[in-house]
Ligand binder design. Structure first.
Ligand code: F6R
Length: 237
């Protein structure tokens, strides 16, 4: 138990380290089940996975994926939807079978998402970024450690952070579907990535404060196999 912290120089090294681990896991288990995050943090990781595929090094044909979250009210073709993001940065660029790609959907039955994850054998490696307020997925502060896939209201901090991706602030969705904290903890292995000065204060809270719902990511202290890859700017230590 406990978060294994790996300190790296910068975003590039963080992405390289994360990609090496994922590539290794796909080698060990070609039908790996990956839990995926969107946002700026894992972009470098996805770029390296694409490179590895293009170099004939990694085969995604049997890989299955489950994304952590999706906005409510955006169609999957909306450029800010997480499905669009994943297609653009990973799925359309590798040989993944689109029938093996999964997103939580408000209208799709949220228990069904949990069941689908179970039926696939569970998430082998979960990729996570962290919000400035400690959220993982869209599990905002106050989310129960027992929470499962559900619809949530986004906090003002998160809405503000996301506003940069939308033309007008009022276009930013207020609700999202997210895997719960307990859903995330079911993953066999977790890779938490943090980069940049804006994450320094939350990383410090995560590493020094007692586990609490105020910092949802602190639930990860109870996971048997969790690695935090943190770059210099995000690392207060
Ligand atoms: C996105 C997600 C979020 C982000 C977090 C950090 O699928 O689950 O929890 O990981 O908001 O976002 P970035 O990486 O943009 O700083």
């Amino acid at each position: 138990m406990g978060i294994k912290r790996v300190a790296v120089s910068g975003y590039q090294e963080m992405s390289d380290r994360a990609a090496l681990l994922v590539i290794q896991r796909i080698k060990e288990k070609p039908d790996l089940v990956l839990g995926l995050a969107t946002g700026s943090t894992p972009l470098g990781l996805y770029e390296r996975l694409v490179e590895s595929y293009q170099q004939g090094e990694t085969d995604f044909s049997q890989v299955a994926t489950f994304n952590l979250d999706e906005y409510c009210g955006l169609s999957k073709n909306h450029p800010q939807s997480y499905q669009y993001f994943m297609d653009k940065h990973l799925f359309s660029l590798v040989n993944i079978d689109c029938r093996q790609v999964h997103f939580p959907q408000e209208n799709d039955g949220l228990d069904k998402y949990e069941q689908k994850i179970k039926d696939t054998g569970g998430v082998d490696v979960q990729i996570l970024g962290i919000g400035r307020n400690g959220h993982i997925g869209f599990n905002e502060p106050g989310s129960a450690f027992t929470s499962r896939t559900r619809v949530v209201d986004l906090t003002d901090v998160t809405i503000k952070d996301n506003a940069r991706f939308f033309a007008r602030p009022e276009e930013v969705p207020r609700r999202a579907v997210t895997m719960g904290l307990a859903t995330i903890m079911d993953a066999k292995e977790i890779l938490l990535l943090a980069s940049g000065a804006s994450k320094a204060s939350v990383v410090e809270r995560l590493m020094t404060e007692k586990q609490s719902v105020d910092v949802p990511a602190s639930i990860l202290w109870g996971h048997p196999k969790i690695m935090l890859i943190v770059d210099k700017e995000a690392d207060g230590n």
